[in-house]
Design a protein around this ligand. Structure first.
Ligand code: ADP
Length: 398
């Protein structure tokens, strides 16, 4: 039986688990639980042609979600003990300055990740919970944390530093760490494979547009800038996060609105972004509202697109020349209108989308730019699970 890695990706409102064979790249089982914490969750597991579903009941937290995944695996006859597991790979978001390379999950690592929770309040707590639950349920396997920050750990100093008091920054380890790095690396590597060009020869912009969203600029295989910073709040407008705001807003709210730090944190992390403006963070529902004439939903969309275009422009300038722009993650892979509007009117910069290619459906990486246009635009499905499985297997079995 081929070596298999159980990959656990505990996101802000979703839990994704996969059984992945790192050598072949094959996914043997795939489970997604969405709407964790809402009244009615969606829970599904696919193994080959078999699909198990547990929709409609509330799944209150990530611990319950992981138990549901293991239950569904049992129901499908694939007990986790009998699938040839060699490791469990965990998506880990913030490892601070100390952790960025793939790292064995120990009590000490978990304790450090908990200390870092204020830096990634939507991600580190569910991520750590996933590690704790999985370690309890699979205590004999090595568990490996694969960090979102790894790809960005050597950003150029000009991109990594904030222009704030240097002593304060050093004392509190304030710098731009960047997140979604596993996805940005995977997608940029896949783009090079798709184009049959050496990775090191390409200048790339990757737009990871999921519930969380981030952009990166990659010059010859090295990440030279990314939109997320000390925390995953900076940058693009996201599902529920504001992205860039004037930091003066925070002081203003403290002084004049009597809001405390926790109130402001909750507002910027959970009640902002497209949901804050348009009442909805699922782009399928946002689209339906726009089509029914909802002005708030339209504004949310317009602000989202405007920010995205600003980052594309900024990264074109950072890179000097881009060979390829790739869209990925839930919105980036599925929402043709977002792709069209993000890059509309940029023919003068060598960017032109072919609307027929853009709206065509397809699996795998595909080109959506006009043939012969200087900048190739791609849709590249991300596969953080495979990248995590490979990193975990490499650490455990070399
Ligand atoms: P995360 O991992 O950050 O939770 P995902 O990459 O799974 O995010 O993306 C989730 C987002 O993708 C949701 O906001 C959802 O609206 C969007 N999405 C998923 N499918 C579609 C689709 N068919 N059309 C438009 N948006 C979609």
């Amino acid at each position: 039986m081929s070596a298999t890695v159980l990959v656990i990706n505990s996101g802000s409102s979703s839990l994704k688990c996969q059984l992945v064979e790192p050598d072949s790249g094959e996914s043997r089982a795939d489970s997604i639980i969405e709407r964790i914490g809402e009244d009615s969750a969606l829970a599904g597991l696919t193994i080959g042609d078999l699909e198990v579903r547990r929709d409609g009941t509330a799944i209150p937290d990530h611990e319950a979600a992981l138990r549901t995944v293991f239950d569904m695996l049992d129901e499908a006859g694939a007990h986790v003990e009998s699938v040839g597991l060699v490791a469990v790979g965990h998506r880990a978001v913030h490892g601070g300055r100390q952790f960025y390379a793939p790292t064995l999950v120990t009590d000490e690592l978990i304790a450090r990740m908990k200390e870092l929770a204020p830096l990634a309040p939507l991600h580190n707590p569910p991520g750590v919970l996933g590690m704790e639950v999985a370690r309890r349920m699979l205590p004999d396997l090595p568990h490996v944390a694969v960090f979102d920050t790894a790809f960005f750990h050597n950003l150029p100093a000009a991109a990594a530093n904030y222009a704030i008091d240097r002593e304060v920054a050093e004392r509190w380890h304030i710098r731009r760490y960047g997140f979604h790095g596993t996805s940005h690396r995977y997608v940029s590597e896949q783009a090079a494979v798709f184009l049959d060009r050496p990775y090191e020869s390409l200048n790339q912009i990757v737009l990871h547009l999921g519930n969380g969203a981030s952009a990166s600029a990659i010059a010859g295989g090295r990440a030279v800038d990314t939109s997320m910073g000390l925390t995953p709040m900076e940058g693009l407008v996201m599902g529920t996060r504001s992205g860039d705001v004037d930091p003066g807003i925070i002081m203003y709210l403290c002084r004049t609105a009597g809001m405390g730090v926790e109130d402001i944190d909750t507002m910027l992390n959970r009640q902002s972004g497209v949901r804050g403006l348009g009442g909805e963070n699922d782009f399928r529902k946002l689209r339906a509202r726009i089509e029914s004439g909802d002005a708030d939903a339209q504004l949310a969309y317009d602000v989202y697109i405007h920010r995205l275009r600003k980052y594309v422009g900024a990264y074109l300038a950072v890179l000097g020349r881009a060979d390829v722009i790739s869209f990925t993650a839930g919105v980036g892979e599925n929402d043709a209108a977002v792709r069209r509007d993000a890059l509309a009117g940029l023919t003068g910069l060598g960017i032109e989308i072919d609307e027929e290619l853009n709206t065509a459906r397809g699996k795998g990486a595909r080109c959506i730019s006009v043939k012969g246009s200087p900048v190739t635009v791609l849709v590249v499905p991300t596969n953080e699970e495979l990248a995590i499985a490979r990193a975990a297997a490499e650490l455990v079995i070399g």
